[in-house]
Ligand binder design. Structure first.
Ligand code: SF4
Length: 473
C-alpha cells in the first residue's frame, strides 16, 4: 500500500442485498456464511462474486444515491423556474450565469440545466463545459471522463450493478469517478439556480465592484459565505485584481493553503483534532454541508441543536452559526498567528469589529458549488490546475451518500482527499489499492485513508507543502 493508503482489511463479513438470492454475507477469505433466516443450504453466493466485487458494488450504489439526491434537488429548482420564471428575484445573478453561456435567455438557460440533468446523449454537460476551467476540462477529456449528463451517468452506473454485467471492482470505481464529476456539475446547477431565487444583497448589486458609500458598509456574515461574497471582500482590497491579495497571502505563506471540509454528519473527535491542527498551521478551511453544525460544538459546550440537527428547521442555522464556531473567538483560539492576522485584516476592510472566522461556511451540501467556483476562479487567474494549488479536502464520511459522491468528484479534480474511514465499504485491500492507483493514474490525485488524526493531519499538511514546493513558494 502506498504512503497515502493504509491496509484496513478487517475480519468482519460484508453483506450484499443486491438480488433476490440474498442477502448474502461473505468473509475475507471469500467464504460465505449462513444467513440465520434465509438460504441455510447455501455455501457461497449464487452469483459467484467475491468480497471485493461486493464492496465495490456497494460503494457504487452509495455514489448513485448521492448523485440522485443532488439531481433531484437541481431538477426541482430548474422545474420550479421553468414553470414560473417570475420566481427569479436576482436578475444580476441570472445575468452572471447566462453570460457564461454566451448571453442566452433565461428559458434557454433553464432548459440547458434540465437537459444536463435528464438527457441521454453524449455531449458533455454544459454546466461543466461552462464552469470548469479550460485546463481541467482538457485533462478530463483526455481520459474520456467528462460526464454526459447526470441521468446517463446514473443509468450507466445502475446498469453496472445488474448481475453478470461486471464483477471487476475497477469498473465500479471508474464509474464512481464519473458519477462524482456529474455530481459536481449537478451541484453547480442546483446552487447557481437557487441563488437566482434570492433577492440580491446590496453588495452584489454592483457586481463585484464596490464604490462610494458601499465601500464602508459592513458585509453581513450571518448567512455564511458565497463565491460572490468572497469576491466582494477581496474587491475592497484590490478592485482591479480581487484575487491578488489572496494569492499574495498564499505566496507569503500567511495562508499556507486551503482545506475543504465536506460532510453531512456530526464530526467525531478525529476530525475535530485534524481541524484544530490545520487551523494552527495557517490553513484556511472552507466548508459546506451539515457537519458545520458540529463545527459549532468545538469546545464551546453542549450544543442546543447538535443532536437534533436533522429535525430542527434550517432557519435556526443562521443564529446558531453566529453564536458558536464561525466567529472571531474561534479565530483567536485556533488559527495560527499568520492566518489570524489575515482574518483580522479582512475584518477591517469589511468593517467587522473583530476577525473573520477561521472556517468559512458556504451553506448546504449543494453549495459546495460556491467553493468550487471560488477555486475555479483562482485556477483560472493563475492558469494552473487545481491539483497544483495547495488545496486538500476532508470528506468525513465515506458511507453517507452525498458527501461520498462529492468526495469522488473532488478526487477526480486531482485534489488530495482524506476520506473518513468506513469499514463496511473500505474493507478490502484490493479496493483501497485500486482507489489509490486509479486516483493517481487518472487524475494525478491522492486518496488518504489514515485513521490516526495526528498522522492524517501530517499527510494533509504534507500534501499542501508539496504543492507549495511545486509552485516554488
Ligand atoms: S448479487 Fe450475489 S452476493 Fe449479492 S445478494 Fe445476489 S447472490 Fe448474494
Amino acid at each position: 500500500m502506498g504512503k497515502s493508503g493504509k491496509s484496513h482489511c478487517l475480519s468482519k463479513s460484508v453483506s450484499c442485498y443486491q438480488c433476490a438470492w440474498g442477502p448474502c454475507q461473505i468473509t475475507h477469505d471469500n467464504r460465505s456464511f449462513l444467513s440465520p433466516l434465509k438460504h441455510r443450504e447455501k455455501t457461497k453466493p449464487i452469483c459467484g462474486d467475491t468480497i471485493d466485487t461486493i464492496l465495490a458494488r456497494n460503494l457504487l450504489s452509495l455514489l448513485i444515491k448521492g448523485t440522485v439526491s443532488t439531481a433531484i434537488c437541481a431538477k426541482y429548482i430548474a422545474g420550479l423556474l421553468l414553470a414560473n420564471s417570475s420566481l427569479i428575484k436576482n436578475e444580476i445573478k441570472l445575468q452572471q450565469i447566462t453570460k457564461r453561456f454566451g448571453e442566452i435567455d433565461k428559458k434557454e438557460l433553464i432548459l440547458k440545466a434540465l437537459y444536463d440533468i435528464e438527457n441521454s446523449g453524449y455531449n458533455p454537460m454544459s454546466f461543466i463545459s461552462n464552469y470548469f476551467p479550460e485546463l481541467i476540462r482538457q485533462d478530463l477529456m483526455g481520459i474520456n471522463m467528462v460526464p454526459h449528463s447526470t441521468s446517463s451517468e446514473i443509468l450507466s452506473a445502475t446498469h453496472l450493478l445488474t448481475m453478470c454485467i461486471s464483477s471487476n471492482p475497477e469498473d465500479f470505481l471508474r464509474q464512481g469517478f464519473r458519477l462524482g464529476l456529474a455530481n459536481l456539475g449537478t451541484m453547480i446547477i442546483a446552487s447557481e439556480l437557487k441563488d437566482t431565487l434570492l433577492p440580491p444583497s446590496r453588495l452584489s448589486k454592483s457586481g463585484s465592484g464596490i464604490s462610494g458609500n458601499e465601500a464602508v458598509r459592513p458585509i453581513p456574515f450571518s448567512a455564511g459565505f458565497s463565491f460572490q461574497k468572497c469576491l466582494d471582500i477581496l474587491n475592497r482590497l484590490n478592485s482591479t485584481d480581487p484575487l491578488k491579495p489572496l494569492l499574495d497571502w498564499l505566496v507569503s505563506c500567511e495562508i499556507r493553503g486551503f482545506a475543504l471540509l465536506i460532510g453531512c454528519t456530526k464530526l467525531n473527535e478525529t476530525y475535530i483534532s485534524i481541524i484544530k491542527e490545520l487551523l494552527k498551521k495557517n490553513i484556511l478551511i472552507l466548508t459546506a454541508g451539515c457537519n458545520s453544525y458540529s463545527c459549532n460544538e468545538l469546545e464551546f459546550g453542549e450544543s442546543k441543536f447538535g443532536e437534533s440537527r436533522f429535525s430542527e428547521s434550517r432557519f435556526i442555522e443562521t443564529k446558531f452559526i453566529e453564536t458558536e464556531f464561525f466567529n472571531s473567538d474561534a479565530t483567536i483560539k485556533y488559527a495560527g498567528r499568520e492566518l489570524g492576522n489575515v482574518l483580522c485584516n479582512l475584518s477591517k476592510v469589511t468593517n467587522i469589529e473583530r476577525a473573520l472566522p477561521p472556517i468559512w461556511h458556504f451553506g448546504s451540501m449543494i453549495d459546495f458549488a460556491q467553493i468550487l467556483n471560488f477555486l475555479f476562479a483562482i485556477s483560472t487567474r493563475l492558469q494552473i490546475r487545481l491539483k497544483d494549488i495547495p488545496i486538500v479536502a476532508i470528506v468525513n464520511e465515506l458511507g453517507i451518500e452525498m458527501p461520498s459522491a462529492t468526495g469522488f468528484g473532488i478526487l477526480s479534480l486531482g485534489i488530495p482527499v482524506h476520506f473518513g474511514f468506513n469499514e463496511s465499504i473500505i474493507n478490502s485491500d484490493l479496493i483501497t489499492t485500486i482507489l489509490v492507483q486509479k486516483t493517481t493514474e487518472l487524475f494525478d490525485g491522492r486518496i488518504i485513508l489514515e485513521t490516526d488524526p495526528t498522522q492524517a493531519a501530517k499527510l494533509l499538511i504534507g500534501s499542501i507543502d508539496e504543492k507549495r514546493m511545486g509552485l516554488n513558494i
